[in-house]
Every structure is written in structure tokens, then in C-alpha cells.
Design a binder for this molecule. Structure first.
Ligand SMILES: NC(=O)C1=CN([C@@H]2O[C@H](COP(=O)(O)OP(=O)(O)OC[C@H]3O[C@@H](n4cnc5c(N)ncnc54)[C@H](OP(=O)(O)O)[C@@H]3O)[C@@H](O)[C@H]2O)[C@@H](O)CC1
Ligand SMILES: Nc1ncnc2c1ncn2[C@@H]1O[C@H](COP(=O)(O)OP(=O)(O)O)[C@@H](O)[C@H]1O
Ligand SMILES: [Mg+2]
Length: 286
């Protein structure tokens, strides 16, 4: 039985549209008198033996979105993988002790796997992180440890696709039902939920938004990993959780729309999209 509270229905009815005009009220021009420390230090905890791509995709999207510094936390065996692909990223290894409190924003989950070591890592980050983007396997681990919602960091953003959403909050019969549950859960846990899909939905439990950019060229592995990196980057640059989610989702989709100038929806790779993030920024700076 799906219970709908009238408040959430009203909230859904007054949902705002994420378009260029709204994004331009949020986006802040980069200060010319700035240095790398001005734009935050992001930490991306992602990747595992056979899913390092998720880490690299998240990391590059994070850098392309303006973070001042980026550190990736990866298995020691993958040190060369990162250094060769992304020399701009600094490294920490999952085998070492890390002071998570030194980062302005942390992302955890893409390609992380769900084994016992990953579960311990996710829980330790929950206890210390100030601003956290929770995606992919970290969401699946959270779904298996529902009491951890009580330890959710104060500035948390969850970025589930529909299947991850249903693992977290139970089976739903429609996108509409998921959106109503997202409003309820965002309010209950005082977090932002980015419900990804053809028209991504964002809510903090009070205000709700629907994105207008993106296309089915994004219906390919890695697209969500890139979004995680982008949202984390904006969080590190001191946007609020809601602002970082709106900026990330809009620019992610806009970069994909720009990519259609050189790729088809079938041929588009998320790495093509990442290379067009700059052009997406220029569109909102016009
Ligand atoms: N290069 C790399 O290293 C990559 C690494 N990656 C990493 O892999 C890990 C697993 O992530 P994942 O999302 O691929 O697996 P999973 O959670 O089982 O979901 C897949 C199933 O969910 C469903 N589904 C998905 N979207 C839906 C939608 N919009 N609407 C409706 N249903 C939808 C659909 O199920 P179906 O309909 O087929 O039953 C689909 O088959 C994760 O850590 C991620 O970061 C990937 O990012 C890829 C690139
Ligand atoms: N048909 C579509 N139209 C627009 N955006 C899409 C479409 N399919 C997927 N996306 C976007 O691509 C991303 C997919 O996320 P996710 O499933 O987590 O990818 P992965 O985990 O493989 O990186 C989301 O941001 C989603 O909004
Ligand atoms: Mg994903």
C-alpha cells in the first residue's frame, strides 16, 4: 500500500524546472584573484580491481568541473592506472589511514564493490565526512545497513538511479511514486536526493526540481559516475548541496547535448561528455 501525504503531493506539484535561467541564478563566476585552495579539495573514493573506470571517470569529471585540488582513494595496485590517465589527481591508497576531515567534499561509491572492506570504509567515512556524495555501491551498502541513515553526514547528497532507489526504499511502480518517496526521505534524513533518469529529479524534502538537459546518449555505463564527480566538485567549491546538485545535473546533461554535435546517441561515450563540460560552462556564462 503506497501512502501519499498531501504535503508531498503539493511539493511535487510546485516542482521547479532546472533551466538556464535558474542555473544562472546559482552559478558564480570564478574569481580571477583566486588560487587552487580557493576552489576546494575534493576526495573521490571509488574504483576496485575490475572497475577502475568508475574512479577515473568520476575524477576527471570532478576536475573538469572546477575543483581546486583532487585526491583519489584507490587500491594500491592501481597506482599507475591513475598516474598515467590523470596526472592532475593526487593519490591515497585504501590500505592506508586517511584523515577524511581535511577534504571540503567527498564522493564515495562508484565501482567500489560491496565486500566487507568496502562496507567498513563507507561506515568510517560516514562518521567523519562533512559533505558527502553517496553513489552506486555506497548506496547499495547503505541499503543493506539502513540504521546507518542515523549517521548520515550533515551535508549528504544521494544519487541513486531507479534500481538503487528501490534497493534503498523498497519497490515502486512508477517514477511518480519514487519522486514522492524521495521528497519524504529527503525530509526525514535531512539530505538531498538526486533521482537519476531521463528527466532527473532533485529534492531536499522542501523544494523539488526537474532537469531539462541530457539525452539517451547518457544511457551507458559511466554516466552516473561522471555526475558524481561533478556534484562533488561543486560541493567542494562551497555551493550548497542543493546548488551543487542542480549545477551538476544541468551541466552534465548540457555537456551530453553538446556532444550530439560530434557523436550520435549510440556512439557517445561519457569521456566525450566530460570533454564538453567546458563548452557547457560557456553556455551558462553567455
Ligand atoms: N567503467 C566502470 O568501471 C563502470 C563502473 N560502474 C559501477 O558498477 C557498479 C554497478 O553499477 P550499475 O548501475 O551498472 O549496476 P546496478 O546497480 O545493478 O544497476 C544496473 C541495473 O539497474 C537497472 N537500472 C539502471 N538504471 C536504470 C534506470 N534508469 N531505470 C530503470 N532501471 C535501471 C537495470 O536493471 P534491469 O532493468 O536490467 O533489471 C540495470 O541493469 C557501480 O559501482 C558503478 O559505479 C558502472 O557505473 C559502469 C561503468
Ligand atoms: N535516456 C536518458 N536521458 C537522459 N539522461 C539519461 C538517460 N539515461 C541515463 N541518463 C543519465 O545517465 C546517468 C546514469 O547514471 P547511472 O545509471 O548511475 O550510470 P553509471 O552507474 O553506469 O555510471 C544519470 O545521470 C541519468 O540521468
Ligand atoms: Mg551509477
Amino acid at each position: 500500500m503506497f501512502l501519499i501525504s498531501s504535503g508531498n503531493v503539493i511539493n511535487l506539484c510546485i516542482m521547479k524546472i532546472i533551466d538556464k535561467a535558474l542555473v544562472q541564478t546559482i552559478y558564480k563566476e570564478r574569481n580571477e584573484i583566486s588560487h587552487k585552495g580557493s576552489h576546494g579539495h575534493s576526495l573521490i573514493i571509488a574504483g576496485s580491481y575490475n572497475k577502475m573506470g568508475a574512479s577515473l571517470i568520476s575524477a576527471k569529471a570532478c576536475l573538469r568541473s572546477g575543483t581546486g585540488l583532487l585526491t583519489v582513494l584507490v587500491p594500491k595496485s592501481e597506482k599507475q592506472t591513475v598516474n598515467i590517465y590523470l596526472p592532475e589527481a593526487m593519490l591515497h591508497f585504501r590500505e592506508d589511514l586517511i584523515d577524511f576531515s581535511t577534504y571540503n567534499a567527498i564522493a564515495i561509491g562508484p565501482g567500489l564493490e560491496q565486500n566487507e572492506a568496502a562496507q567498513k570504509l563507507v561506515f568510517s567515512v560516514f562518521l567523519i565526512a562533512k559533505s558527502l556524495v553517496i553513489d552506486a555501491d555506497a548506496l547499495n551498502i547503505l541499503a543493506q545497513n539502513q540504521d546507518w541513515f542515523n549517521d548520515l553526514p550533515e551535508n549528504s547528497i544521494l544519487t541513486p538511479h531507479p534500481k538503487e532507489f528501490d534497493r534503498l526504499f523498497g519497490e515502486h511502480n512508477s517514477e511518480q511514486e519514487r519522486r514522492l518517496t524521495a521528497i519524504k526521505k529527503a525530509k526525514e534524513f535531512n539530505c538531498v536526493i538526486v533521482l537519476k533518469g531521463h528527466k532527473t529529479f532533485i529534492t531536499n524534502g522542501i523544494d523539488s526540481f526537474e532537469n531539462t538537459t541530457g539525452n539517451s546518449g547518457l544511457a551507458k555505463g559511466g554516466s552516473g559516475d561522471a555526475l558524481t564527480g561533478m556534484i562533488t566538485s561543486f560541493l567542494a567549491q562551497k555551493y550548497t548541496c542543493l546548488e551543487a546538485s542542480i549545477l551538476g545535473v544541468y551541466l552534465h546533461g548540457l555537456a551530453a547535448d553538446i556532444t550530439l554535435k560530434t557523436q550520435s546517441k549510440e556512439s557517445m561515450l561519457i569521456t566525450d561528455v566530460i570533454e564538453n563540460i567546458g563548452l557547457a560552462f560557456q553556455k551558462i556564462q553567455e
